[in-house]
Design a protein around this ligand. Sequence first.
Ligand SMILES: N[C@H](CCC[C@H](N)C(=O)O)C(=O)O
Length: 310
Amino acid sequence: MSGNQDMSQQRRSQGPTLRFTKMHGLGNDFMVVDAISQPFRLRPEMIRELANRNFGIGFDQLLVVEPPGLPDVDFRYRIFNADGSEVEQCGNGARCFARFVRDQRLTNKKVIRVQTAKGVIELRAGREGMVTVNMGIPEFNPPAIPFAADRRKDVYTVDVDGQTVELSAVSMGNPHGVLLVDNVDTAPVETLGPLLERHPRFPARANIGFLQILDRSHARLRVFERGSGETLACGSGACAAVVVGCVRGLLDARVEVELRGGKLVIEWQGEGSPVMMEGPATSVFEGQLRLPGDSGGRRRKSGRPHKQRS
Ligand SMILES: N[C@H](CCC[C@H](N)C(=O)O)C(=O)O
């Protein structure tokens, strides 16, 4: 589908129908697809078209539910940004994932273990659509983020756009850069966000958080997300910001993070321990669309099912 064609023009080529649910976590919005009960395979250019808010469905990320690839997990959780890139982690998406698999009766468990591209995370469904996620243990070692530095530091200086900025770097399974700002409302998100997202010192690109600390247990945050631009909320970004604030001695173990779309509660007991995130998951509508004839769950030429990545 070329860039200027919209979904309606594609309806003539009668491909498979795809059922999906539109969801969001504090306004960070998702197309969620059950790829267990329906065949599913989308190329990056198709994901970009579907993510388009004028010609497609419109979303920050596509979340895909697949059968587990490991013995001790319930599902596999794949995440694609609006630019079609597949990534390792999505915190707001994890909460919506937990709500989706229960709403769709794919499980009745309250504690759900899901395999992501970077490990296993645990989701716990609570009351009134609230979900708590064990987001795993943050990683500060530069090669593991990845971030180009000869050794780990709490604060790095990075040359960008003719200036030198101070930022911290951490992985929540996905890479994050975090800058401290006086006021998120006036922070240079639109200018520095895209430049740092693609900065050479982040060889896999990065999500860039702008953190305003109000006191030791309250903060405000805006995030320019890798592959999606600024979103109304970023769960892994809130986790990254809190652990950075803790390591720099500026935040306590339990922090309420105010994002443009609402509030998350983040808890972290220090190095080596996992980050816990609690927040809402909202289901907006269910839909279905006709995919172009050359997409969907067509089996590989050899007739074997689409290879499950390990
Ligand atoms: N843009 C992110 C993925 C989505 C993260 C965000 N939506 C969240 O809630 O954690 C990345 O490329 O690593």
